[in-house]
Design a protein around this ligand. Structure first.
Ligand code: SAH
Ligand code: SF4
Ligand code: F3S
Length: 450
C-alpha cells in the first residue's frame, strides 16, 4: 500500500554537516510518504536540525519551538496533527531536558540516530509520549542513510566522509555532540560520489569536523588518508572539482599538501582554522600547536600551491585573553592574509573545560575585539576579491541569478561569480573574464559557451 502523502519541513541551523544531514533525513522520510515543504504552516512534521556550538545558536531553537507550538495548537483545534522534532547537536547535548523545557516537542534525537527516524516516528504514532533517543547506536548509520533523489538537485554537493572529533579543544562541544572521530569506508564514499556524478553533480565538498583526520579503510584492510581519497574521487567521470572542510592544522599531512600541488581537481582554497595567534591562548585551548607551527604550515602549503586562498576561524575573548594575546591574533591574520574568515565571540558552553576557567573576558571587551578583527579580515577579503579583476577564472555555473538571463557560478576560490547566460549552461565550467567586484561576489563575462 502506498503511504499517505504527508509533508515535512526541515529547518537547518549550524554547519554544513547539518545541511548534509537534513538532506539525509528527507531521504529517509520520502519512502514513508513525506515530501518536502518550505513552510511549517502546512507541515505534518517539523524537524529542527539544531546547532549547539554557541549559546545564541542553541537558544534560537527554543524561540522557534515557541512559534511552532502555536501552529501545533491551531492544527489540533482543526482536528489535525503536527509533530515537532528536535534533531542535531542541541538534541544530542540536552536530550530529555528539551521535552522538560518545551513539552510541545514530540521527538528528540541526535545526529547518530537519523537512520532510525522511521522507527522513532512509529513509536510516537503508536501513542508513546515524547520519544527521546540520544544513544550512540552501534550500527553504521551511513549504511542505511543513502543519498536519495533530493541530494542531487544542484551541481555542487556535500558529502560527509568523517564525523566526530577526538581533539577536545577546551571551548568546544563538538566532541560531545558528534561523538568520537569516525571515518566512512572508502567504498561507501565512492558509491555515493558516483551517484552524485550520475545526478549531474560536478563539484563535491567532502565534509568532516576534522576532515583531514580521515582514515577510512580501502577495502584491502589498509587505511587510507584524505589525500588518497581525494585521488580516487578525482577519477570519477563527471566530478570536476573537489573541496574539503574543516581541516585541523595538526592533520595537514605532506601527501595532502602534495595533492594541492599535483591534483588540478582539488580546488585552491583551504579552510584552516587557527582560532588565536597567541601561544598562551592556543595552549589553554588545547589546540596542540603554536602560532609559529601554523605559520610554518602556511608557508609550506603556499610553497606547494602559491595561489591557494586561505580561510580561517577565530575566537575572541577566550578566558584569560589579554590585549597582548589579542594583538598576536591580529598579527597572525596580517601574516597569513585571508581570503575569508569567520570570527566569533567566545561563548562558554556547559560541560566544556573553558567554561569553568576563572578569568572570563567582559562582554564589552569581546565586542571591541570582534569589531577590530572583523575590520581587518574584511579589508583582506576585499583586497583579495579586487585582485581578481582583469583575470580569467574557470567558473562552475551553478544556478540562475537574481536577474533573468543571469547565472551564478563559483570561482576556484569559492567566490560567487555573476555572468550572463541561460539555464542550459548550468553545470558547465566557463573561462570568465572578471570585470567587476561587489562586496562579496565577482562579475564577469566569457567569450563563448563551451
Ligand atoms: N572542527 C572545526 C570547528 C568546528 S566549530 C575546527 O576544529 O576548526 C566552528 C567554529 O566555531 C570553530 O572553529 C570556532 O572558531 C567556533 N567555536 C567553537 N566553539 C566555540 C565557542 N564555545 N565559542 C565561540 N566560538 C566557538
Ligand atoms: Fe571542536 Fe577542536 Fe574538534 Fe574542531 S578540533 S571540532 S574546534 S574540539
Ligand atoms: Fe553546530 Fe553541531 Fe555543526 S554544534 S557547528 S551543528 S557539528
Amino acid at each position: 500500500m502506498e503511504p499517505a502523502p504527508r509533508k515535512v519541513f526541515v529547518k537547518t541551523y549550524g554547519c554544513q554537516m547539518n545541511v548534509y544531514d537534513s538532506a539525509r533525513m528527507r531521504d529517509v522520510l520520502a519512502p514513508l510518504g513525506y515530501s518536502e515543504t518550505t513552510t511549517p504552516e502546512d507541515a505534518d512534521l517539523v524537524i529542527l536540525n539544531t546547532c549547539h556550538i554557541r549559546e545564541k545558536a542553541a537558544e534560537k531553537v527554543y524561540s522557534e519551538i515557541g512559534r511552532l507550538r502555536r501552529l501545533k495548537r491551531a492544527r489540533a483545534e482543526q482536528g489535525g496533527e503536527m509533530l515537532i522534532a528536535v534533531a542535531g547537536c542541541v538534541a544530542q547535548a540536552e536530550g530529555e531536558e528539551i521535552v522538560r523545557r518545551a513539552p510541545s516537542v514530540d521527538l528528540v534525537f541526535g545526529p547518530q540516530g537519523y537512520h532510525r527516524l522511521p522507527q522513532l516516528l512509529a513509536r510516537k504514532k503508536s501513542g508513546e509520549g515524547p520519544v527521546v533517543e540520544t544513544e550512540f547506536p552501534a550500527e553504521d548509520k551511513f549504511e542505511t542513510l543513502r543519498t536519495g533523489q533530493l541530494a542531487g538537485k544542484g551541481v555542487a554537493a556535500f558529502l560527509t566522509v568523517q564525523e566526530g572529533c577526538d581533539k577536545f579543544c577546551t571551548f568546544c562541544v563538538v566532541p560531545y555532540t558528534r561523538g568520537a572521530e569516525a571515518s566512512r569506508p572508502r567504498e561507501q564514499i565512492m558509491a555515493e560520489a558516483r551517484r552524485l556524478a550520475a545526478q549531474g553533480v560536478r563539484e563535491i565538498t567532502l565534509l568532516g569536523q576534522n576532515v583531514n583526520a580521515y582514515h577510512g579503510s580501502d577495502g584491502g584492510g589498509r587505511t587510507m588518508g584524505l589525500a588518497g581519497l581525494v585521488a580516487e574521487l578525482s577519477s570519477i567521470p563527471g566530478i570536476e572539482r573537489l573541496r574539503y572542510t574543516t581541516s585541523h592544522p595538526r592533520d595537514m599531512t605532506e601527501d595532502l599538501i602534495a595533492a594541492h600541488a599535483g591534483n588540478p581537481k582539488l580546488m585552491p582554497y583551504l579552510h584552516l582554522p587557527v582560532q588565536s595567534g597567541s601561544d598562551t591562548i592556543l595552549k589553554a585551548m588545547n589546540r596542540g600547536h603554536t602560532a609559529a607551527d601554523y605559520m610554518r604550515l602556511i608557508d609550506k602549503i603556499r610553497r606547494a600551491k602559491p595561489d591557494i586562498a586561505m580561510s580561517g576561524d577565530f575566537i575572541v575573548g577566550f578566558p584569560g585573553e589579554t590585549e597582548k594575546d589579542f594583538e598576536s591574533t591580529l598579527q597572525i591574520i596580517r601574516d597569513t592574509g585571508y581570503a575569508s574568515a569567520f570570527s566569533f565571540k567566545y561563548s562558554p558552553r556547559p560541560g566544556t573545560p573553558a567554561a569553568d576557567m576563572a578569568v572570563q573576558v567582559p562582554e564589552a571587551e569581546k565586542d571591541a575585539r570582534l569589531q577590530a578583527l572583523q575590520k581587518l579580515v574584511t579589508a583582506q577579503q576585499t583586497a583579495f576579491n579586487r585582485q581578481m579583476v582583469g583575470r580569467t577564472l574557470p567558473v562552475l555555473l551553478e544556478k540562475p541569478g537574481r536577474d533573468p538571463g543571469q547565472l551564478v557560478g563559483k570561482s576556484p576560490y569559492l567566490q560567487p561569480v555573476h555572468v550572463s547566460g541561460g539555464p542550459h549552461l548550468i553545470g558547465m565550467i566557463v573561462d570568465a573574464h572578471i570585470t567587476g567586484v561587489g562586496s562579496n561576489s565577482l562579475s564577469g563575462h566569457y567569450d563563448q559557451a563551451v
